[in-house]
Design a protein around this ligand. Structure first.
Ligand SMILES: Nc1ncnc2c1ncn2[C@@H]1O[C@H](COP(=O)(O)OP(=O)(O)O)[C@@H](O)[C@H]1O
Ligand SMILES: [Mg+2]
Length: 333
């Protein structure tokens, strides 16, 4: 018997109104995350990572038309009235938004900001209770001298420490699911590693499910259990990290992997996939990756590839069965 996933997204489609036309930003997205599991959500800028997860939070702009299904803990949450969505947000599903440096309010002490997050969902706590819990949270995210830090302002803290505070606020009410949108992008490498450790600890100790949005496949390799690779608003490939990274079945995945020095065994050259993804206003018919694909065939131009299963991996490529060819194409190009 297997437990139903905590988050189960299927057939997610997000269309953005543009005058009388609409552009499809995200289509046919299927994702699952279980408790205690980390899912890496990877893709180039504009591939739809943030808006997909904002729609889980019920925070997508109202100009977007969202359809499909987002099940959370067994209940449909897509289209939930705002007053119900607000109860889920912060309490059961929390998000670390992109741009950590703007996430904190510069004129409030960090203690105050944590307390406000706590008060939203615990209106009857005393100020003593709130303060104690806030200090506990600062300890949880490994901030030294939490009593002192409590009354300091964001500008008195380093970037890495600010990001810890952002994480403390996100997990303040013990959520079941944490969505972290590029949580380490603005930080230097050492601090990145510390934040990664922190996320891993939270997952282990709190059985927290995490969606880790990143374009850093190295980070996914080190932290995530499963990975979903997005390309132009669609899933190119998803599966267990070990499976996908050892045998990529989508040429886009293979290209991305070849571009990571730590994973790429041939360190003499760094592979970069030529070209850029199509604009949301001019997406080609057929496979979105076709214009950049080193192994495309005529059908790729005409027909959107259906998902195919290979073991536990799901792949949208007409040639996903031809593993050796995909590997070879990346090495040759
Ligand atoms: N508020 C918005 N209004 C209009 N288009 C948007 C908005 N937010 C995102 N988009 C478009 O939706 C697509 C996906 O964006 P996003 O989810 O931010 O990508 P990612 O997080 O993967 O970089 C992009 O084409 C982007 O231009
Ligand atoms: Mg984004």
């Amino acid at each position: 018997m297997t437990d139903a996933p905590l988050l189960d997204i299927s057939g997610l489609r997000i269309a953005i109104a543009d005058g009388r036309r609409e552009h499809v930003a995200v289509e046919n997205i299927d994702l699952e995350v279980s408790r205690g599991e980390i899912l890496g959500l990877v893709g180039e800028s504009g591939s739809g990572k943030s808006i997909s997860m904002l729609s889980v939070m019920g925070l997508a702009p109202s100009t977007m038309r969202i359809s499909g299904s987002i099940m959370f803990d067994g209940k449909e949450i897509l289209g939930l009235p705002e007053r119900h969505a607000r109860k889920l947000r912060g309490r059961r599903i929390a998000m670390i938004f992109q741009n950590p440096m703007t996430a904190l309010n510069p004129v409030l002490s960090i203690g105050r900001q944590i307390v406000e997050a706590l008060m939203l969902h615990n209106p009857f706590w005393s100020s003593k209770q709130l303060r104690m819990r806030a200090i506990e949270l600062l300890e949880l995210v490994a901030i030294a001298l939490p009593e002192k830090r409590f009354s300091q302002f964001p500008h008195e803290l380093s970037g890495g420490m600010c990001q810890r505070v952002v994480i403390a606020i996100a997990v303040a009410n013990d959520p079941d699911l944490l969505i972290a949108d590029e949580p380490t992008t603005a930080l230097d490498v050492t601090i990145q590693a510390q934040i990664v450790d922190l996320l891993n600890t939270l997952r282990r100790e709190k059985n927290l499910a995490i969606v880790l949005i990143t374009h850093d496949l190295g980070l996914v390799a080190g932290l995530a259990d499963r990975v979903a690779i997005l390309y132009s608003g669609r899933i190119a490939e998803r599966g267990e990290v070990d499976d996908v990274f050892s045998v990529p079945r989508h040429p886009y995945t293979a290209g991305l992997l070849a571009a990571i020095p730590a994973i790429n065994t041939d360190r003499s050259r760094l592979h970069v996939i030529d070209g850029t993804p199509p604009s949301i206003r001019a997406r080609p018919p057929g496979c979105q990756f076709q214009p950049r694909c080193p192994i495309s065939i005529p059908i790729c131009k005409d027909r959107t590839p259906e998902f195919r299963w290979h073991g536990a991996s799901m792949v949208a490529c007409h040639r996903s069965a031809e593993v050796e060819l995909i590997k070879g194409a990346v090495n040759d190009s």
